[in-house]
Structures are given as C-alpha cells and as structure tokens.
Design a protein around this ligand. Structure first.
Ligand code: PGA
Length: 258
C-alpha cells in the first residue's frame, strides 16, 4: 500500500512569525502516524528558519519542501535557488512545474523536466505538477494534455529515479477557485497518469508511484478525494494556511479514515 502525502504549498504567504505559529499549531492538531507524510513549502526566505523551528518542536514530523528549484547547481542565475542549496538547508521536497510558475513565469514542460531531473540528481523528491485548463477539459482533451505533459516531464528519468518522483494532478480551473474536481474526475485522471507510468516503466513502478490531487482541497472534501483508489495525497494551497483545515486534511488521509 502506498503511503499518502499531504503537501502544504504556502505560495507567497506568511511572515516568519506566522510560519512558526502555523507549524506549531499543525503539530498540535495532527495525529502523527507513519501512513501519512506531511510537508510544508514556505516561501524561500523562510525555508531555513522553518526547518530549524520544526526541529525544535518536540515530536513534530513535518518535512520541508521548496516551491521551486533551479536546474543548474550554481552560477549566474539571478533570483534563482539551486537544489544543492535547498539540500544544504534541510529541504527534502521540491515542487516543480506548478501552474502558477507556468502561467506567470513562462515555464514550459522542457524547463520543468530539467528542474525535475536536477532535483532527483541532487537528492530531492520532486513533486511534479500537471493539469489542464478549463477550455481543454471542455474540449474533452484532458487525457491527451496530461499524457503529453507527463511524458515530457519524465523524459530522461530512469526506472530507479522515477520511484522518487511524486506527480501532482492539479486541474488549473480548480486551483484557488473553490471549484474542486469531482472525486470521479480526479480519480480518473490520476488513473490515466498511472496507466501512462505503467506503459513507460512497467507495473511495479506504476503501483509504487504516488499521485496527488490538488485544487481547492479542504477539510470538507479531503476525506472523499483521498479515499479514491488512485489518489495518494493532496497538494494544498489556500487551506494549508489554516492549521485547523490543513490538519483536518492530514487526519482524514490516514488509512483507517478512508
Ligand atoms: P488551492 O491551491 O488549494 O488553493 O486550490 C492548490 C495549489 O496551487 O497547489
């Protein structure tokens, strides 16, 4: 059975004191069990302090991820942060190819592929985001679009490396809009991603790889979404900023709850 993973993407939110307050509260409210991993992704300036703060909270099992990581190890890339630097400050996960990076910063599947490859080689676990627009869904080309994205992003990732990858299916029309994909829609796309992984890497890998859903997941809808057979966790934006909501999502991800 695949362990679930709930990732809080704070985006460009929270001050340093709010970050500390949030992780403390999450730790108080979450029921820690080994079947669910919990990750928070603070803005880059707060990553190092968040790692330290978490270490200082007794029993806290929150891991830290970054919202982005560059594909070169160092050099003249103003404003970027390398995966080696992220490792250096205690980061374990990195989100790559979030739709906001694609939309506002022009990231293509090719760039996302380079970031994912570098993350793996550096020892980080990439959380690779894919998703269709509303127009693509309405034109019934969701599966085609997702397959294309996943294929391009996984290009060059070997069978040994793919096990470290997490894929997040995030329909763009559901991100930050309050419109969640139905359980069936979300499960169907996650299933087609798993089928593609089967075609590319075989059964063992396709059974092991974790596929998350993201897009307006909250404390109310999480249990149903997370109980779908192909959904192995959530990438959570807005609701990850509220300790009660986020903890409710984590607690509903435990095996005995879905
Ligand atoms: P949301 O964001 O939960 O606010 O819809 C999800 C995401 O962007 O990963």
């Amino acid at each position: 059975m695949r362990n679930k993973i709930i990732v809080g993407n704070w985006k460009m939110n929270n001050s340093s004191s709010e970050s500390l307050e949030l992780v403390k509260k999450i730790n108080d409210l979450v029921v820690w069990k080994s079947d669910v991993e919990v990750v928070v992704c603070p803005p880059s300036v707060y990553i190092a302090t968040t790692v330290k703060e978490i270490k200082g909270i007794k029993g806290c099992q929150i891991k830290v991820g970054a919202q982005n990581g560059h594909f070169e190890s160092k050099g003249a890339f103003t404003g970027e942060i390398s995966c080696a630097m992220l490792i250096d400050v205690g980061v374990e996960y990195v989100v790559v190819g979030h739709s906001e990076r694609r939309q506002y910063f022009g990231e293509t599947d090719e760039v996302v592929n380079k970031r994912a490859l570098c993350a793996i080689k550096s020892g980080l676990t990439p959380i690779v985001c894919v998703g269709e627009t509303l127009a693509e869904r309405e034109n019934s080309i969701t599966e085609e679009i997702i397959r294309k994205q996943v294929k391009l992003i996984l290009n060059g990732i070997s069978e040994n490396e793919i096990e470290k990858v997490i894929i997040a299916y995030e329909p763009i029309w559901a991100i930050g809009t309050g419109k969640t994909a139905t359980n069936e829609q979300a499960n169907e796309v996650c299933k087609s991603i798993r089928n593609l992984v089967y075609e590319l890497y075989g059964e063992k890998v396709s059974e092991a790889i974790r596929i998350q859903y993201g897009g307006s997941m909250n404390g109310e809808n999480a249990r149903e979404l997370l109980s779908q057979s192909e959904i192995d966790g959530g990438l959570v934006g807005g609701a990850s900023l509220k300790a009660e909501e986020f903890s409710k999502i984590v607690n509903s991800a435990h095996n005995d709850n879905n």
